[in-house]
Structure formats: structure tokens, C-alpha cells
Design a protein. Structure first.
Length: 394
């Protein structure tokens, strides 16, 4: 397939750019240029072949997309949350799988090591994860415990200077290529602990998951632990309980709220240009009311989501955000983006189902994005519980 030219122009109907600093705009520009140069030309081919473009790990590290909010002394960017959000928006504008790689590395691997780890763990792992020398993954979901991670069956047992880890995780992004896995397991008293598992530890394997119709350019796999001896020095000392992994998810869900809108913006831009150029019945299809309805609703929803995300970023920066607010933004972005990708695909007619345009790839990717990091239903129930005070999960 021929290399693609990426002429993306960002919609900004309400001048949201005026709410950004010059630094925010520069960061967004550098990630956008990277996506145009390194991702757009190759990503469709990788997705078609269901292959992970491993070279992006080092590239994303060089660009500062791994752990942008982690302090600089550990190799992070020391940036604010709006910068982080803009990075995720631009990466997912290219492909949700590329954003996934960065979300997992930054929010689900570096964040817990930084937040819950010892100084030795921070110094050993964070600089190498920040540069992309090492890739990490996050193991929470199990075959029988997805939305309900508190029921996990993976365990650690005391063995002197070590613990013995047994169990299995599934649907783990980055797993087949990861050197480091942050794994959540129950100790003998039934409390959930974070354990850093390293590739090469005996009894630890990461079989790849095949046959996905979504996130095809992202590597997904299982984590299998068969009596793995993990030094106690690899246990995250500063957290116990489900709030440990859920705290990481709050950061990653925040990135998805921005990221999914990036995919929506790409589809809107493509559909708008296509509709203006495609002539049927003697005039551009953009002149027909049915197509205008789709385009007008797309830009309306993108604009609302851009403002919601920006406000969420301000609350994150001020340390005032609630996990429930993050859930609402993640759910909103996924809904807006899945609807927009589907409408954009229709505007493109038959061309919409081909790899000539990124629209169908975005559409398929978003089926994972709307499922992982808490399904659409789970986030609705989180909002429902927050506003009513009543738990409808159990
Ligand atoms: P519940 O009793 O509500 O909570 C247990 C403890 O956790 C605290 N908590 C949170 N803390 C921080 N952030 C959050 N978002 C939190 N949500 C809850 C809570 O306060 C409590 O603390 P404490 O001190 O009282 O112990 O727990 P529950 O068992 O009733 O479950 C609640 C539920 C269903 C909302 C939660 O488990 C959930 O969010 N389920 C969805 C699971 C999920 O999101 N899995 C994601 C796996 S990772 C992934 O998908 C990565 S994809 C990455 C990519 O490729 O981009
Ligand atoms: P289930 O929990 O079995 O849910 C099935 C259906 O039941 C859903 O519609 C759900 O909304 C609904 N449901 C569940 N409970 C309730 C309830 N109480 N009330 C109403 N409806 C309910 N996990 C990781 O740990 N690390 C990763 O890196 C990771 N990467 C992923 C990558 C991909 C491509 C995918 C697809 C998943 C990934 N996941 C990862 C797992 C993901 O987080 C789970 O798939 C997700 O949390 C849902 O769990 P489940 O698939 O077991 O679905």
C-alpha cells in the first residue's frame, strides 16, 4: 500500500486554542508533526498486517510522550496535565494503538512506580521507561475478572526474600514486547498489592493475543505466572488495595478522554474534505442537508468535548479532579468518537471501508477504547452512583 500524505487540520470552532499556553501549542505541534511524519505513512500497513510498529517505542521516548507528568529527575517531562492530554489527543489522531502504548507506559507503569514505589524502584525503572529503552505493561484484568477486578485470583505467597507469584492476566496491552510488568495480585491476607515483574524471571511468559479486529497495530497478550519467584524488593511498598490500580486508571482514563477526541477530529477533518470534493447528482455531497447534518453534529460534539477536556485538565492541574469526573469525560469522549467515526465512514461511502482512509481503522479501534479502562456501562454506573449515592454495580 502506498505511503499516505497526512494533511490534517484541527477543528477549533470555539477558539479553544486561546485557552492554551504557548508551551501547550508547541508540544501539540511537535507531536502532531511526529504523527504526520512517522505514524500516518506507515500505520495502515501495520494495522492490516496486525503488527506492532516496535520502532515507535524509542521514538515516543525521544519525543517525551512517556511519563510527561513524572518529575524530570526520574526522566519524566515535569509537564502539566493539559500538555499530557494534548499529547494523547495527537497520538490517537494517528492511531488509538499508538496512544495506548504511551498511556500504558506513562499512566499505568511509570505512574504507579513513581507514586507507590520506593526510591530504589523509581531510580531503577523510571529513566529507562521514560526513554523507551524498556517497554512496560499493566496487568489487572483476568480471564474471569474484567469489570470486577476486586475478585482477582492472581496471588503472591511469602517465601523469605521473595514472593511466589501464580495466576494469569489477559488482554494486556504491550505485553508481548514488555520488559517490565506492573502486576496486581492478592497477598495471603487477601489484600491487593502491586508487583514489578521483569522479563526473564523463570515461569513468566507473555503469549500474544491474535485475531483482533480492533487495535490491530497494538500488541496485546496474556501474562502467565507459573510459580514466578519475585524479589520482595519488587513489591510496590506504598499502596495496598484496589485503590492502587484504580488510581492509575484515573490517570490513563484522563488520557483517553483527550485521545478519543483526537480520533474523532481526524475523522471529521477527512469527512469534511471528502464531502466538499465528492460530486454526486451534479454537486458536492457537502451541499446536501443529510451530509451537513452529520458534519454539523460532528463539529458540535467535538467542540463540547474539547471544552470538557480542557476543564478536566485544569481540575487535574489544580489537584481538584474526582475519579467520577474523569469517568464522565472518558465515557463522553468514547461515545462522541464512536458516533463520529461511524458517520464519517458513511460520508465516505464505499471508500470509507478501505485502508485508503483512516476512518474505518479509527472506528474499529474505538471498539476497544470504549471497552478498556472501564466499559461504557461501568462509567455510566460510576456517574449514576455519584449523583444518586446508590450502588448499582452489585
Ligand atoms: P470500590 O469499592 O468502588 O473501590 C475500591 C477502592 O478503590 C477506590 N477507587 C478509586 N481510587 C482511585 N481512582 C478510582 N478511579 C477509584 N475508584 C474506586 C475506592 O475509593 C475504594 O477505596 P478504599 O480506600 O475504600 O479501599 O471497588 P469495586 O470493587 O466496587 O469496583 C468498582 C468499579 C467497578 C468502579 C471498578 O472496579 C472499575 O473501575 N472497574 C473497571 C475495571 C477497569 O477499568 N479495568 C481496566 C483494566 S486496565 C486497562 O484496561 C488498560 S487498557 C490500556 C490501553 O491499552 O490504553
Ligand atoms: P466484562 O467485565 O465481562 O463485561 C462484559 C459486559 O458486561 C460489558 O458490557 C460490561 O459493561 C457489562 N457489565 C459488567 N459488569 C456490569 C454491571 N455491574 N452492571 C452492568 N453491566 C455490567 N486490561 C488490563 O489490565 N491491562 C491492559 O493493558 C488491557 N489492555 C486491553 C487492550 C484491549 C485491546 C482490550 C480489548 C482490553 C484490554 N484490557 C486490559 C482489559 C479491559 O480493561 C477489559 O476488557 C474491560 O475492563 C472489560 O472487562 P471484560 O472484557 O472482562 O468484560
Amino acid at each position: 500500500m502506498a505511503a499516505k500524505t497526512d494533511n490534517f487540520q484541527s477543528p477549533d470552532y470555539f477558539n479553544v486554542d486561546e485557552l492554551l499556553t504557548e508551551e501547550h501549542k508547541l508540544i501539540r505541534e511537535s507531536v502532531r508533526n511526529y504523527v504526520k511524519k512517522e505514524i500516518s505513512p506507515i500505520i495502515e500497513d501495520y494495522a492490516q498486517r496486525a503488527e506492532f510498529p516496535l520502532q515507535i517505542v524509542k521514538q515516543l521516548g525521544d519525543l517525551g510522550c512517556f511519563g510527561p507528568t513524572v518529575p524530570e529527575q526520574y526522566g519524566g517531562g515535569g509537564l502539566d496535565y493539559i500538555s499530557y492530554g494534548l499529547m494523547m489527543q495527537e497520538l490517537e489522531r494517528g492511531d488509538s494503538g499508538v496512544r495506548s502504548t504511551a498511556s500504558v507506559q506513562g499512566s499505568l507503569v511509570m505512574f504507579p512506580i513513581y507514586q507507590y514505589g520506593s526510591e530504589e524502584q523509581r531510580n531503577k525503572f523510571l529513566p529507562k521507561l521514560a526513554t523507551g529503552e524498556w517497554l512496560g505493561c499493566f496487568g489487572l484484568t483476568e480471564p474471569n475478572h474484567g469489570s470486577d477486578p476486586g475478585g482477582m485470583l492472581t496471588t503472591i505467597k511469602d517465601a523469605g526474600d521473595n514472593v511466589i507469584l501464580n495466576g494469569a492476566k489477559m488482554w494486556i496491552s504491550n505485553a508481548p514486547f514488555a520488559q517490565v510488568a506492573v502486576v496486581w495480585a492478592k497477598d495471603e491476607s487477601g489484600e491487593i498489592c502491586g508487583v514489578i515483574v521483569e522479563r526473564g524471571m523463570e515461569g513468566f511468559s507473555t503469549p500474544a493475543t491474535h485475531g483482533k479486529w480492533s487495535l490491530r497495530a497494538s500488541a496485546t497478550g496474556e501474562l502467565v505466572f507459573d510459580n514466578v519467584k519475585v524479589p520482595k524488593a519488587n513489591i510496590l511498598p506504598n499502596v495496598k488495595g484496589l485503590k492502587g490500580p484504580l488510581g492509575c486508571l484515573t490517570k490513563a482514563r484522563y488520557g483517553i478522554a483527550w485521545g478519543a477526541i483526537g480520533a474523532a477530529m481526524d475523522c471529521y477533518d477527512i469527512a469534511l474534505n471528502y464531502a466538499k470534493e465528492r460530486v454526486q447528482f451534479g454537486r458536492p455531497i457537502a451541499g446536501f442537508q443529510l451530509q451537513q447534518k452529520k458534519l454539523a453534529e460532528m463539529v458540535t460534539e467535538i467542540t463540547k468535548a474539547q471544552l470538557l477536556n480542557w476543564r478536566l485538565g485544569v481540575l487535574m492541574n489544580e489537584g481538584k479532579v474526582t475519579p467520577q469526573q474523569v469517568s464522565m469525560a472518558k465515557r463522553n469522549a468514547c461515545e462522541v468518537a464512536t458516533n463520529i467515526t461511524r458517520d464519517a465512514r458513511q460520508i465516505l461511502g464505499g471508500m470509507g471501508i478501505t485502508g485508503e482512509y483512516p476512518v474505518m481503522r479509527h472506528m474499529m479501534n474505538l471498539e476497544s477504547v470504549i471497552t478498556y479502562e472501564g466499559t461504557h456501562d461501568i462509567h455510566l454506573l460510576i456517574t449514576g452512583m455519584d449523583v444518586t449515592g446508590l450502588n448499582a454495580f452489585k
